[in-house]
Each structure stands twice: as structure tokens, then as C-alpha cells.
Design a protein around this ligand. Structure first.
Ligand code: ADP
Length: 251
């Protein structure tokens, strides 16, 4: 039995007269780890904005948790990490605890039993990303990779069902990128958070994702990442709609 968290049907989108998305159809199953890849300008950000309901749907349908996106009340179920998240400069006057606290949606009733206080929620989230020892440190004093973990903590502090990440490894040192993907895989497998990871680097993510979606205005491939990897470069280039000889096999 399939259980889609997101369902996208016949979506088209244009800016002025320029079509940027054409006939987009796919579902995101609960528990999956979806890699959304495509070259620059292929419509990835536009699609994410439509999924988040921040760009108005022009044509087609999107449902989140069974509700049309236009009527969907998020209540912390969908969380988002942008690529520009990890850009706090040195000396930025906020601690890790404060940054993660900003993510808390206070729609819980403190009088109910078993409600955790905010500090406990922050500590829980930091523990999931192995950053609990940095609770009182200034965010600006951390490396790009550490900051990105803190932003993941902020995004999961409300225990979302779906986490959407837009190019989250921008600003993360190359030696820490692999570790970062391992962390995402852990959040997916151990906490059951469904993930949509936007990337332009197919080679780096195929090991981790359960579903690969190749976008270049329309969807050129949607399926198992291993089947995609096992194709010839020529087949892949055709599907991807542009030349990709940059697939790496370094893991
Ligand atoms: P990606 O995230 O894959 O780089 P985008 O969705 O950002 O792709 O962009 C797809 C196309 O739409 C690009 O040609 C871009 O220049 C254009 N575009 C994106 N946002 C806007 C906008 N707000 N107004 C007009 N054109 C836009």
C-alpha cells in the first residue's frame, strides 16, 4: 500500500511567458528519501516553492498529507532548510540554543502531561545531529558544516514528517559532505523523517537516496537511483536532458 505525503499532478508553471515546469507528476511516499536533481535553471527551486505553498500554483494539483496545498495547514509537519542557511559570520550574536529555539512552534498545551519544555526540545534536536555539546556556543564561531547541522536541528525541533533541503551542502567542506549525507540517511531511517533533497550533484547522492527525480523543466527520470547509475552515460544524458559525465563513484 502506498502512502503519499506529497502528490503532484499535471503541474505546469511559467514566469511571464517563460515555461519553467511542464507536466510534472510524481508522489513522495512516506519514509522515502528523494533526491531531486537537475542543472541550474531546471526549475528545482520553483518546484520546491510550489510544494511549500509559497509560490502560487498556476496549473495542476498538489496535495500535502491529503489536503490541497492551497488549504494545507502545516503545523510543523513540513520543514525546510534553505541553501543560504549556513551563512552566519563570525561574532553573530546568537547562540546555538537560540537559533534552534527559533524553530519551535508553540502550539502545544503546556498543561498537558508529557509535554517537553523548550530547552528539552532543543537538546533533543541537537542530539540528533551530534551537536549537543555546542548548546551555548555562538553560531558564528562554528564551521559551515557545524552551522548546517544546527540548522537541521532547528528544522527538526518540531519533529516534522517531511524535511525539504535545498542544496544543503553549499558551504560544507568537501570532507564533511559525506558525513552530512550520512546524517540525513540516519534522520530518514531512525526517525522516519521523509526527505526531499535538492542537489545538482547526482553522483554524490545516489548512494543515499531511495528515489531519484531528474528534473529539467519536465521530469526526465523518476525511479531507483541504482538503475540510473547502471545506465550508460549516453542513456543518462538523454534522460537528464543535458550532458552529465560528472557522475562520480568515489564511495
Ligand atoms: P533551479 O533551482 O533549478 O536553478 P529555478 O526554479 O530557480 O531553477 O529557475 C528556473 C527558471 O525560472 C530559470 O530560468 C530562472 O531564471 C527562472 N526564474 C526563477 N524565479 C523566477 C522569478 N521569480 N521570476 C522570473 N523568472 C524566474
Amino acid at each position: 500500500m502506498t502512502n503519499p505525503i506529497l502528490s503532484v499532478g499535471n503541474v505546469h508553471h511559467r514566469y511571464e511567458q517563460q515555461p519553467v515546469l511542464e507536466d510534472i507528476n510524481f508522489e513522495v511516499e512516506e519514509g522515502s528519501f528523494v533526491g531531486l536533481v537537475g542543472p541550474n535553471g531546471s526549475g528545482k527551486t520553483t518546484l520546491i516553492k510550489l510544494l511549500l505553498g509559497v509560490e502560487k500554483l498556476q496549473r495542476g494539483q498538489i496535495t500535502a498529507f491529503g489536503q490541497p496545498i492551497q488549504k494545507f495547514k502545516n503545523k510543523g509537519r513540513i520543514s525546510y532548510v534553505s541553501q543560504k542557511a549556513n551563512s552566519f559570520g563570525r561574532g553573530f550574536p546568537a547562540t546555538v540554543k537560540e537559533v534552534v529555539s527559533m524553530g519551535i512552534i508553540n502550539n502545544r498545551n503546556p498543561l498537558l502531561p508529557n509535554q517537553k519544555n523548550n530547552l528539552e526540545l532543543v537538546k533533543d534536536a541537537l542530539k540528533q545531529v551530534n551537536m549537543e555539546q555546542y548548546l551555548n556556543r555562538n553560531i558564528g564561531d562554528l564551521s559551515g558544516g557545524q552551522q548546517q547541522r544546527v540548522f537541521i536541528a532547528r528544522a527538526i525541533v518540531n519533529k516534522p514528517k517531511l524535511l525539504i533541503l535545498d542544496e544543503p551542502t553549499v558551504g560544507v567542506d568537501s570532507q564533511n559532505v559525506e558525513q552530512f549525507y550520512q546524517l540525513l540517511a540516519k534522520l530518514n531511517q531512525e526517525l522516519g523523517i521523509t526527505l526531499v533533497l535538492v542537489s545538482h550533484d547526482i553522483g554524490a547522492i545516489t548512494t543515499y537516496v531511495t528515489d531519484l527525480l531528474c528534473l529539467n523543466r519536465s521530469i526526465h527520470y523518476h525511479g531507483n537511483p541504482n538503475d540510473f547509475e547502471n545506465m550508460s552515460d549516453e542513456q543518462r544524458s538523454k534522460l537528464y536532458g543535458h550532458n552529465i559525465n560528472t557522475i562520480t563513484h568515489n564511495h
